[in-house]
Design a protein around this ligand. Structure first.
Ligand code: APR
Length: 321
């Protein structure tokens, strides 16, 4: 079987970790593209030189030419500036929209058959813009946010309950901003509702709710918490791992159900916007959207998050993108 090929557009913090993870998992050959001269070549050389020690056998090429991404099965985009302390993801809009436009043109011309995963922020707007400029089918353009936000939520729950994070199932829907919607009611530990376990732990429903509210709030602000500590950039290990889970689902046609920023065509009452919802990812990209029944409170939170996304897209359009 011919090896698969993944192109990484953006060879910064996330791009570098992506390249290393793809190597470690022997997921595909890698092309790492960046506009900075020599840097992607240096990073791929460095990672390749660990291949004997780690025992992996993939080709890793760093480049400044879009021509090298030809034939890619999956393209993962991290091109764009990260946040600095005090910035929201939306503050990156103008700068990153310019970058995303040029990236979409490069990918369209050189890897027209690829399935594209976008990580650059503000995520929901960047996914919308990439699809618009490239003209790629909506189901082939997917944003990474929900896998990471869900993993963050799951991590906090595992810490709180003192159980393995592997047994936590929790999902976050909506836009990738402060309005995101961690689905508390559906969060469970191997099927047992997290709220039930919290109520048992504290013997008090009000206290359990207070603890859960704090975890929800921390999840919403988790990206900013990392930015504040790093001071020079934003999270990069966890976004890279999250995108790899999506790429694996696509390349392996796994039909995994992963919270992803996908195009809604009436689902969840949303028409014509990219928003985070549970999606089935397989060889055709987003193959299906799973609709979860939301109660009034959850629906109101979801609607509020959708408004944040539509406002962001409107702002981007006003800026001429
Ligand atoms: N084409 C390709 N790459 C570009 C372009 C461009 N037009 N403009 C900038 N880049 C590259 C930069 O040279 C840099 O190497 O994008 C890379 C971004 O890397 P970092 O600054 O290290 O940022 P990173 O932490 O990887 O985050 C990238 O993902 O999570 C989001 O908010 C984050 O938008 C940010 C993106």
């Amino acid at each position: 079987m011919a090896k698969k090929k993944i192109a990484l557009i953006g060879g910064g913090q996330i791009g570098g970790v992506l390249a290393q993870l793809i190597g470690l998992r022997e997921l595909a050959d890698v092309v790492l593209f960046d506009i900075v001269e020599d840097m992607p070549q240096g990073k791929t050389l460095d990672i390749a030189e660990a291949s004997r020690v780690d025992g992996f056998d993939v080709s890793l090429k760093g480049t400044n030419s879009y021509k090298d991404i030809a034939g890619s099965d999956v393209v993962i985009i991290t091109a764009g500036l990260p946040r600095k302390p005090g910035m929201s993801r939306d503050d990156l809009l103008t700068t990153n929209a310019k970058i995303m436009k040029s990236v979409a043109e490069g990918v369209k011309e050189n890897a027209p058959d690829a399935i594209v995963i976008i990580i650059s922020n503000p995520l929901d707007a960047m996914v919308t813009l990439f699809q618009k400029v490239s003209g790629f089918a909506h189901h082939k353009v997917i944003g990474q946010a929900g896998v990471l936000d869900s993993s963050r939520f799951s991590t906090f729950i595992a810490w709180e309950l003192g159980v393995s994070v592997k047994d936590i199932n929790a999902m976050v829907l909506g836009g990738h901003g402060d309005t995101m919607v961690p689905l508390v009611r559906y969060a469970n530990v191997n099927g047992v509702p997290v709220m039930e376990l919290l109520e048992r732990k504290y013997g008090d429903a009000a206290k359990a709710k207070e603890v859960m509210d704090a975890m929800v709030q921390r999840t919403k602000m988790a990206g900013g918490e990392v930015v504040k500590l790093l001071k020079t950039g934003s999270a990069f290990y966890s976004p890279a791992s999250s995108a790899i889970a999506m790429a694996e689902a696509i390349l392996g046609d796994q039909k995994r159900v992963l919270a992803s920023c996908v195009y809604l065509n009436g689902e969840y009452g949303v028409n014509g916007y990219y928003v985070g919802v549970p999606a089935v990812l397989g060889e055709n990209g987003c193959e299906k959207i799973l609709e979860v029944t939301l109660n009034d409170e959850e629906q109101a939170a979801f609607d509020n998050s959708v408004s944040a996304v539509t406002n962001l897209v409107a702002d981007m359009e006003r800026l001429g993108f």
